[in-house]
Ligand binder design. Structure first.
Ligand SMILES: Cc1ncc(C[n+]2csc(CCOP(=O)(O)OP(=O)(O)O)c2C)c(N)n1
Length: 659
């Protein structure tokens, strides 16, 4: 192996050695513990340590690193206390996720590390967001993110590289090419010869290094980070290495030809570096042994301490309270009495503008949101006021932009992300339901992102521009789901959603944009998230709904003759206002829940079940649900009208009153 120390000092070479040795010795211990059944699962990075250690040691301590499952060396190089690290492996309360997630699935802002979710690829765009925040602040910092060779086949890889290239984000994409993705060799994973071919295809500089040579890794990352700090842009580094053990210990290595192990064992990063240090007289044999002894002692002591630490014990109240970042909303009243007539669309624009003024670290991203003003013109005029740095046109890549939003939040920014149509959120679903939703519960990090969702039917736009998909998100703990039906609520609730540090899916009904208007306060105000609004009050029936059906129901209620109704606009679907619904149904004894969504598995079904469970003895009739037909949303107006619940609502309300 060719080591070249260039002008690096003996001290640096020594610290690289102890850095390199530490993850190796921890792993050797873990492999023994695994055989003794003391730990349950282990993903080995043996043979690959030089990449994590060399690159972490080349970065500044306050620059973010986003490692994966073979990068123990990142955690040790950043001096994450071994007691807490081992506690994490053991699912102990003293681990970084309090026993809620395993192994390297955690982050620690204190050490500027953002850990992975199992899905691998989503890490890459989170790095883009962290780098974007640094760039907006002119911080001259680099961010380092890892991918395995297998992970690069995911769409996330393409999207994240492309965004980083287009926006000149100072990110190092470190590809650890170890030849396999679980059992799949590279020739069954992709066709190109080297990742150095991939970089230029995105307009990114790329280089290949020997990942087993710690000096080469250190030097390459040192140079790359210095370069991108002064001239922000991404760089791709392909580090050639080999996975010396199975994918994880239980999966074995039968599928890997033996000669590969023989070849790569000659290139062991630790043994070769030791030899080099001896040859160079940087360390003597007994000094090497001394380093080894000290690290072992540290490991053994930490392990003994962890063994005595309490295991995680369940407390339901604590579990539930950690799902969201703490936020006691203080409802803000308008500062003046002055009112202006605003359409639903204007109310949303006003909210964005006022919030951008209130929060200098708030950015808005989306397709065509800048000069074009967004396809619904919600963001028209904002780029002129706030500039291209805060109103950001994005490439067509929902997943990367959502991931970028999370990265911004980690780096202390706030983001609003416009989905061009709510339907397109499917292309970024993973980031929302697995990354945004779970991150606070897992390691206490929040996702301060509002995802704006132009939703709903009634505009003859067919199956991919009309869906009501709020139920997907209502089913996901960790998200908030808000859905106003009036201009007043649209402004007050969007302001509140932007204030809230948690991820909010903010549904805006497209049909309402320009079809409803009312007088609303001109100044900034918020409405409470999680509280329903009584649109009308009555005694004979509770009509519980949200979104466009609120408008339809108002008309029906106005024509009920002698009957009167509680018409409840839920406004927030997660968490929804159980108290208001329950009190109303106990008063009226009759409940109908209406949604524009297709009925099966809808929020209407959930609310109906809740009423059945909590109000059974107060009911004079079965709880009725009305929704759209269980079909995709059809295009042709006659078919769409038949699909939507509007016509069926009146009939069902009348039937229920007469039951
Ligand atoms: C989206 C997704 N699909 C599949 C998996 C299962 N899985 C975990 S790691 C892995 C292989 C990853 O290979 P590579 O990116 O080369 O990294 P390596 O494990 O070799 O370090 C697979 C298939 C997963 N975690 N996430």
């Amino acid at each position: 192996m060719n080591f070249n120390r260039k002008l690096y000092s003996d001290d640096l070479l020594k610290s690289l050695y102890s850095g390199l040795l530490k993850p190796r010795l921890i792993e050797e211990k873990m492999l023994i513990l695994l055989r003794q059944n003391e730990i349950s699962k282990w993903f080995s990075g043996i043979g690959q340590e030089a990449i994590a250690v060399g690159s972490a040691m080349a970065m500044e301590k306050d620059e973010y690193i986003l490692p994966l499952h073979r990068n123990l060396g990142i955690f040790t190089s950043r001096e994450v206390p071994l007691f807490r690290l081992f506690s994490q492996f053991q699912g102990k309360l003293s681990g970084y996720t309090k026993g809620r997630d395993r192994s390297f699935h955690f982050g620690t802002k204190e050490h500027h590390i953002v850990g992975m979710i199992s899905h691998l690829g989503p890490q890459l765009a989170v790095a883009d967001g962290i780098a974007l925040a640094d760039l907006l602040e002119n911080k001259n910092k680099a961010t380092l993110v890892f991918s395995g060779d297998g992970g690069t086949s995911e769409g996330d890889f393409h999207e994240a590289l492309n965004v980083a290239a287009v926006w000149n984000l100072p990110v190092i994409f470190m590809i650890e090419n170890n030849g396999y993705g679980l059992s799949t060799p590279n020739n069954e994973q992709f066709r190109f010869k080297s990742f150095t071919d991939k970089g230029p295809a995105y307009g990114i500089d790329a280089l290949q290094i020997d990942g087993n040579n710690i000096l080469e890794v250190y030097d390459a990352v040192k140079k790359a980070t210095a370069s991108i700090r002064s001239k922000p842009r991404p760089i791709l580094i392909e580090a050639l290495t080999f996975r010396m053990r199975g994918h994880e210990e239980a999966s074995g290595t039968k599928y890997v030809p033996q000669e590969l192990f023989e070849k790569w064992s000659q290139k062991d990063p630790v043994e070769n570096y030791e030899k080099y240090l001896l040859e160079q007289n940087v360390l003597t044999y007994s000094e090497l042994q001394e380093v080894r002894k000290e690290i072992k002692k540290e490991i053994d002591e930490a392990w003994a301490q962890v063994a005595k630490a309490p295991t995680a014990s369940a407390d339901t109240a604590v579990e539930l309270s950690d799902v969201y970042a703490p936020f006691d909303q203080v409802v803000i009243k308008p500062s003046s009495e002055k009112k202006v007539k605003r359409r639903y669309v204007d109310a949303i624009s006003d909210s964005i503008r006022e919030s951008m003024e209130k929060y200098p670290k708030l950015v808005l991203m989306g397709q065509d949101v800048a000069e074009y003003g967004g396809v619904f013109k919600v963001t028209e005029g904002l780029v002129e006021k706030f500039g291209k740095k805060r109103i950001i046109n994005t490439p067509l890549c929902e997943s990367a932009i959502l991931g970028t939003g999370l990265g911004l939040s980690i780096n202390d920014y706030k983001a609003i992300i416009e989905m061009q149509f709510a339907d397109f959120v499917t292309s970024g679903f993973n980031q929302i339901v697995n990354n945004f939703a779970k991150i606070h519960y897992r390691w206490g990090q929040n996702a301060d992102v509002v995802v704006r969702m132009p939703t709903g039917a009634g505009t003859a736009a067919g199956p991919f521009h009309s869906q009501s998909n709020e139920a997907w998100f209502v089913h996901t703990p960790g998200l908030k789901v808000v859905f106003p039906s009036s201009p007043h609520d649209a402004k007050g609730l969007l302001n509140a959603s932007i204030e809230d540090p948690n991820p909010v899916l903010f549904f805006e009904h497209k049909f309402l944009y320009r079809s409803v208007s009312e007088e609303i306060p001109e100044s900034y105000y918020t409405e409470p998230i999680g509280k329903a609004r009584m649109v009308t009050e009555g005694n004979d029936i509770s009509i519980i709904t949200y979104g466009l059906p609120v408008i339809w129901a108002k008309e029906i209620v106005a024509n009920l003759g002698n009957y009167t109704a509680d018409l409840i606009d839920l406004r927030t679907l997660l968490p929804w206002d159980k108290e208001t619904v329950e009190n109303s149904v106990k008063k009226t004894g009759r409940a109908i829940v209406i949604t524009e969504d297709t009925l099966t598995g809808s929020i209407a079904s959930e609310i109906a079940a809740y009423i059945g469970e909590k109000c059974f003895q107060y009911l004079d009739a079965p709880v009725v649900r009305v929704g759209s037909l269980d079909t995709p949303v059809p295009f042709s107006p006659a078919l769409e009208e038949n699909f939507l619940p509007k016509k069926r609502m009146k009939e069902k309300i009348e039937e229920l009153l007469l039951y």
